[in-house]
Write a protein that binds this ligand. Structure first.
Ligand code: SF4
Ligand code: SF4
Length: 117
């Protein structure tokens, strides 16, 4: 019978840390990271399918106002909206980086650009 704790302690003292010194070392995301939903508003046709298929009720589409709104604090990163965005639009994608931290937990609204703006 040895001293397993002594061995473990000595091993930990000489091995590299498994954690990252964030933010001094930047985080590296993989292609599979479910960071945040992005909508390319130029391509979005405001059909509302994403709103109807979102299980977390995190999306709202207003065709008249030309807006698409996401509540990132309700989103569960399931990607149902990305999968159901129609092929003629394909404006939704999952970006592999996390959205920047914000002060208030309000939903974000994006407006479809028109010829005028
Ligand atoms: S499903 Fe796609 S095209 Fe339709 S409103 Fe949502 S983001 Fe826009
Ligand atoms: S990823 Fe899922 S939860 Fe988030 S907005 Fe899309 S459908 Fe809703």
């Amino acid at each position: 019978m040895g001293f397993p704790l002594t061995g473990m302690t000595l091993k930990n003292m000489v091995s590299k840390p498994v954690t990252k010194r964030y933010p001094f070392e930047p985080q590296v995301y993989t292609e599979l990271t479910r960071g945040h939903i992005h909508n390319d508003m130029e391509k979005c046709i405001l059909c509302g399918i994403c709103e109807k298929t979102c299980p977390a009720v995190a999306l709202a589409v207003n065709k008249e106002a030309g807006t698409w709104t996401i509540d990132r604090y309700s989103c569960v990163q399931c990607m149902a909206c990305v999968r159901n965005c129609p092929p003629r639009s394909q404006s939704l994608s999952m970006k592999p980086e996390y959205a920047p931290a914000v002060v208030s937990m309000s939903a974000e609204t994006f407006t479809k650009p028109t010829e005028a703006n």
